[in-house]
Design a protein around this ligand. Structure first.
Ligand SMILES: Cc1cc2nc3c(=O)[nH]c(=O)nc-3n(C[C@H](O)[C@H](O)[C@H](O)COP(=O)(O)OP(=O)(O)OC[C@H]3O[C@@H](n4cnc5c(N)ncnc54)[C@H](O)[C@@H]3O)c2cc1C
Length: 519
């Protein structure tokens, strides 16, 4: 017989199957000898009290054997000779759109400006070591998009559990640990993501799909409001009447192109701020209310949301045991983001701390119309580059010094490889952002006593939290509201905010596109 239970146990009990069996037997009055297997369905940590607990949802097999059914990939037919669908961008949105096309019997032709995951590594090294940013191959551009060398946290605000589970199961099918199906806050880690992405590519190609790297799209051919083809970097064209546009939130040239061609786009509010780095041990002490994290607990994350001077200020993409990465996509700008390896075993914790922006904030850039937010963002990134010393060194300030408006005289070791330049944050940000951040860190310290410390360092800016532009589409057909056959997709179009939601949107766009192709 199978029974489902929820149970709260200590982290130590949760770590040892036999001790967990004792606990389940005892709490449920089942003889231990009758329990043949315990399957963990969901796991989360409750660190609200000093005695930390692990919440488990379990399926207990009593006098019944457990049959392991490993996750299998869906049946994918060969699509070598099938009808083609062009997909621009091989990020999570583009790749999951491609997989869905194959699953439904259509041939994806993916056009990606960057390089494959392996070749991309050299360009990441060049940013970190030599401060050289390749406009087509960096932390945001290349196979797997911004998702490949990302942190790989897989939680999403998406309400549709079915869709989320489907993407998680596909990731497991392509090599991710099955623990992502169990953890309340699943995480893959930067060291594991590239192989998963490469496995997806190999499957698409094996079944007859095409993926073209170093193939930047520079124009769209449009006739009578219908997409007729795309123009590539070498001026060659691909004729097509169906294009899924999944170019991500950093493809500024695509936003410029749409604007120039008078294809409807809208300014979209987003959030912007800094990336703060603390010693991981300090975050563990605050969150786990201890001096030293116990051996059965993972490095602690944190999440804070506050209202400061009428604006939301919140932690974003927090990476326990992680590293701050240089995520610029053009020379002459500085952008930060964060990642962590699967074990989250680096000595520092980092998190974006951002404030919500409104369309009115973009007023100084109103002459750029719907690109006003993008220019607002770009202006801050370029200013950070100037303040940082016209390299990829990031303007930085100790946290208490920042709140007191004082320059830091020295800096602790940082995980940000290109290095730091001591700076006053008021020289990087417009006054209102600087003031909200200064005030807000005091409020953060009230929720997490000890957060506001000079052991923490502010790195600026964290500016690519979501797209500054929306490419509007019909809610039902998912086609662009003005251009037939064009499917704005994923984070760059304003319909996703992370790996999972981008992948879900990719699948949705592929389905909608195929629906429209059916006679
Ligand atoms: C360091 C870092 C850490 C992150 N951590 C997390 C995390 O832990 N969890 C999470 O959910 N999200 C995280 N993210 C965000 C996540 O990666 C993105 O939300 C997600 O990748 C968006 O997917 P997308 O497919 O819509 O766009 P993207 O991933 O941006 O992909 C767009 C692709 O389009 C290509 N492209 C652009 N223009 C052109 C063109 N003209 N022609 C051809 N190709 C083009 C780009 O090269 C790119 O490969 C992180 C991002 C970064 C940079």
């Amino acid at each position: 017989m199978q029974h489902e239970f929820t149970i709260q146990v200590s982290p130590e009990v949760a770590a040892y199957p036999d001790r967990l069996k004792d606990s389940v037997a005892h709490k449920n009055g089942i003889p231990k000898t009758e329990i043949r297997h315990i399957e963990i369905l969901k796991r989360s940590i409750d660190a609200r009290q000093k005695a930390i607990k692990v919440n488990l949802k379990l399926k207990v097999y009593v006098e019944e054997d457990f049959v392991n059914n490993p996750i299998k990939l869906p049946h994918y037919p060969d699509v070598s000779n099938a009808q083609e669908i062009v997909i621009i961008g091989a990020g999570p949105a583009g790749l999951f759109a491609a997989l869905r096309c194959v699953e439904l019997g259509y041939k994806p032709v993916v056009l990606e400006r960057g390089k494959d995951v392996q070749s991309r590594r050299r360009d990441l090294k060049a940013i970190n070591r030599d401060h050289i940013v390749d406009e087509d191959s960096n932390y945001c551009f290349g196979e797997g998009g911004a998702g490949t060398y990302s942190d790989g946290k897989l939680y999403t605000r998406s309400k549709k559990r079915g869709d989320v589970n489907r993407i998680l199961e596909l990731l497991v099918g392509f090599g991710a640990t099955d623990q992502i199906l169990v953890e309340a806050h699943p995480h893959i880690g930067t060291n594991k993501l590239p192989n998963i992405i490469a496995a997806i590519r190999e499957k698409i190609i094996e079944l007859g799909g095409e993926i073209h790297f170093e193939t930047r799209v520079i124009d769209f051919e449009i006739k009578n409001s219908q997409i007729n083809g795309v123009t590539l970097f070498d001026k060659s064209t691909i004729a097509t009447q169906k294009v899924i546009l999944a170019t991500g939130h950093s493809a500024r040239d695509i936003f410029e192109l749409l604007y120039r061609k008078k294809i409807e786009i809208e300014a979209k509010p987003f959030a912007l701020g800094v990336r703060v780095e603390h010693p991981q041990q300090l975050i563990d002490q605050i969150q786990y209310k201890c001096n030293v994290r116990g051996p059965y607990l993972p490095p602690s994350p944190y999440s804070i949301v506050k209202q400061v001077a009428g604006r939301g200020m919140y932690s974003f993409c927090m990476c326990p045991g992680g590293v701050i990465a240089p995520c610029a996509t053009s020379p002459g700008e500085v952008v930060t983001n964060g990642w962590s390896p699967s074990k989250r075993d680096q000595p520092t914790a980092n998190s974006g701390i951002v404030i919500e922006l409104r369309k009115e904030d973009f007023e100084p850039f109103a002459k750029y119309g719907p690109l006003a937010g993008m220019y607002f963002q770009k202006n801050i990134e370029q200013q950070a580059w100037r303040v940082g010393g016209e390299t990829q060194r990031v303007p930085a300030q100790r946290l208490v010094d920042m709140t007191n408006g004082k320059m830091s005289v020295n800096m602790p070791v940082t995980s940000y490889k290109p290095g730091l330049t001591s700076a006053d944050m008021s020289t990087v940000f417009p006054g209102f952002i600087h003031q909200v951040l200064q005030k807000g860190f005091g409020a953060f310290d009230k929720s997490m006593k000890g957060y506001l410390t000079n052991e923490a360092v502010v790195h600026a800016p964290e500016s690519r939290t979501s797209s500054p532009v929306r490419i509007p589409r019909d809610w039902k057909t998912l086609e662009h509201i003005q251009i037939k056959g064009l499917y704005p997709c994923g984070e760059g179009a304003g319909y996703a905010g992370g790996i999972i939601s981008a992948a879900i949107d990719g699948e949705k766009c592929a389905q909608a596109c195929i629906e429209a192709l059916k006679p």
